[in-house]
Design a protein around this ligand. Structure first.
Ligand code: HEC
Length: 243
C-alpha cells in the first residue's frame, strides 16, 4: 500500500491526477443529488407566495438578525417532530430567497410558529420578551411598534423576487404598496385586492393592535403568522405519517 504511494509520489503527473480524482469525490457527492432534484422535491399545488406585507416582515426578520438565534427547519428526527410538528419539506422553502434554514438554535425553531400564538402575544413578546416569558434571553425589539413601515420600494422588491423564480404577476407587482397597506387595514378599500390576488386564506388583520397605522410590527407579525402555513403539504398523510 505505502510502496504504491511512494511510486505515485515520484510521478508528478500521476500524483496530480490522483489528487484531482480524490478531491472531486467530495464535489460529486454534493452535486449528484441535484440531478434528481425534480423527483425529490415534493409538489405542493396549494403553495402560495408571500404577500408584500409578509415579505417586508421577512426583510425585517433578516435585518434584525433573528436567524442568528432561530432556525426554520424541522429535521426528520423524532424529538424534533414531537416538539415542533411535521418535519420541513423542501417545497416549503421554494419561495425563500434567501433561505433561512439555519442550524443555530438559541431560541426554538420557528418553521411552524404560524398560528401557534395570537398576534397580541407576538406584539407583547417582541416588545419585551420578559413580559410573557420571564426567563427569556431574547432581546427586546421595542422600536418595531413605533417605526412606520416603508412600503414605497415593495414593487421593486417583488420584481427582484420574480427574477429569481417567484411567480409574482404584473398585478401583484403594480399593487404591492396598496396590498401591503390593505393586509393590515381590514376596513380599508385596499383589503379586498389582497384577497383577490393572494387567495381567500390570506389573513387580513390589524396585526400590531394599532388600527390606522402601518408599522414594522405589522409586517413582522404577519410574517411570523404565515410561517409553515403557505402550503398544507407537510400535514398530508403521505408525509405526516412518516416520522
Ligand atoms: C439572542 C437570541 C435571540 C434573538 C436574536 C431572537 N430570539 Fe426569539 N427567542 C429566543 C429565545 C431564547 C426564545 C425562547 C424564550 C422566549 O420565548 O422568549 C425565543 C422565542 C421566540 C419566539 C417564540 C417561539 C415559540 O415557539 O415559543 C418567537 C416567535 C421569536 N423568538 C421570534 C423572534 C424574532 C422575530 C426575532 C427577531 C426580531 C428573534 N426572535 C430574535 C432567542 C432569540
Amino acid at each position: 500500500m505505502f510502496g504504491l504511494h511512494k511510486q505515485l509520489e515520484r510521478k508528478s503527473l500521476a500524483l496530480a491526477l490522483g489528487i484531482v480524482v480524490a478531491a472531486s469525490i467530495g464535489g460529486f457527492v454534493e452535486i449528484a443529488p441535484l440531478f434528481t432534484i425534480h423527483q425529490t422535491v415534493e409538489d405542493a399545488p396549494d403553495m402560495r407566495v408571500y404577500t408584500p406585507l409578509e415579505l417586508a416582515g421577512r426583510n425585517i426578520y433578516i435585518r434584525e438578525g433573528c436567524y442568528a438565534c432561530h432556525s426554520q427547519m424541522i429535521r426528520t428526527l423524532r424529538d424534533e417532530v414531537e416538539r415542533y410538528g411535521p418535519y420541513s419539506l423542501a417545497v416549503e422553502s421554494k419561495y425563500d430567497h434567501p433561505m433561512l434554514w439555519g442550524s443555530k438554535r438559541t431560541g426554538p425553531d420557528l418553521a411552524r410558529v404560524g398560528a401557534k400564538y395570537s398576534d397580541a402575544w407576538h406584539v407583547a413578546h417582541l416588545d419585551n420578551p420578559r413580559a410573557v416569558v420571564p426567563e427569556s434571553v431574547m432581546p427586546a425589539y421595542r422600536w418595531l411598534l413605533r417605526k412606520d413601515l416603508r412600503i414605497d420600494r415593495l414593487g421593486d422588491y417583488l420584481s427582484a423576487q420574480r427574477v429569481v423564480g417567484v411567480p409574482y404577476t404584473d398585478a401583484m407587482i403594480a399593487n404591492a404598496e396598496h396590498d401591503a397597506y390593505g393586509q393590515a387595514a381590514p376596513d380599508s378599500a385596499y383589503a379586498e385586492g389582497v384577497t383577490k390576488r393572494y387567495g381567500e386564506a390570506t389573513t387580513i388583520r390589524v396585526f400590531d393592535g394599532q388600527p390606522g397605522r402601518l408599522t414594522e410590527m405589522d409586517a413582522l407579525v404577519a410574517y411570523l403568522q404565515i410561517l409553515g402555513r403557505l402550503t398544507d403539504a407537510a400535514h398530508k398523510p403521505a408525509f405526516a405519517g412518516r416520522q
